[in-house]
Design a protein around this ligand. Structure first.
Ligand code: URA
Length: 230
């Protein structure tokens, strides 16, 4: 059994305060009868809740992938900056999705979202060490010594110790970097520490997931098979 207002929120009908107004307006029915009591307990398995005659489903676990464009901060709210939440299609706006980890404002590429708190914590746990692959454009060219320094584990100027990481040169000013952790500005700081400041950064892979042909700024839900791989 759960509260009717929570069920409506979980169904993506609106925020808590929007749900209050919707209930008052008499647009919600439980088993065909209008219901205005937010605290009414319902059993989603046996009862049918409708809004304007349309059946609602309640909580559904969602894991979605965004191809983040530059210029948006990874946060659920920000007083000044545009946030990645503004890029979610309207049907995902009220489902309590949270970004999984973060990408800098200037960084593009693969960013996951979920409304499953347990999964969120598992994915951002430092113990998990999920490899993330970044494509970087940068000054200079990565050489053998840089590759060796990355794989030994860099120590940054402020004494931050990085886990061993993979650096692969794609030619002058272009590299792929694989890291298994997510420290603040990590890839940019790692590259800068080797004299190769980054001018462009894109996350292309996270664990078994790749951006594929998802266009920049677009969002798609993961398939059950993809979620299972996580
Ligand atoms: N490393 C960075 O420097 N920035 C990101 O956004 C992600 C990894």
């Amino acid at each position: 059994m759960e509260r009717l207002d929570k069920f409506l929120c979980d169904s993506g009908v609106g925020t808590r305060s929007q749900v209050k107004v919707i209930l008052k307006s008499g647009r919600v029915t439980v088993d065909g009868r209008a219901e205005k009591d937010a605290a009414r307990k319902i059993d989603p398995n046996t009862q049918t809740v409708c809004l304007d005659g349309e059946v609602l489903g309640g909580y559904r676990r969602i894991v979605a992938m965004m191809n983040k464009p530059a210029g948006f901060v990874t946060a659920t709210e920000d007083p000044v900056e545009k946030t990645v939440m503004e890029l979610l299609p309207p049907e995902y706006r009220n489902l309590d999705l949270k970004p999984v980890g973060r990408l800098d404002k200037a960084t593009e590429g693969l960013l996951l979202f979920t409304n499953d708190g347990d999964l969120l914590h598992r994915l951002i746990s430092p113990k998990k060490e999920i490899p993330k692959v970044y494509y970087a454009r940068h000054e200079g060219q990565a050489g053998d010594e840089d590759v060796a320094a990355f794989s030994a584990g860099l120590i940054l100027r402020d004494e931050t110790h990085c886990l061993p990481a993979k650096l692969e040169s794609l030619g002058p000013g272009e590299s792929l970097i694989t890291v298994c952790e997510g420290k603040y500005h990590q890839v940019r700081r790692m590259m800068a520490s080797r004299g190769m400041p980054v001018t462009y950064l894109e996350r292309r892979e996270e664990g078994p997931l790749t951006l594929g042909d998802l266009p920049r700024g677009q969002v798609r839900e993961l398939t059950e098979a993809e979620i299972a791989m996580l």
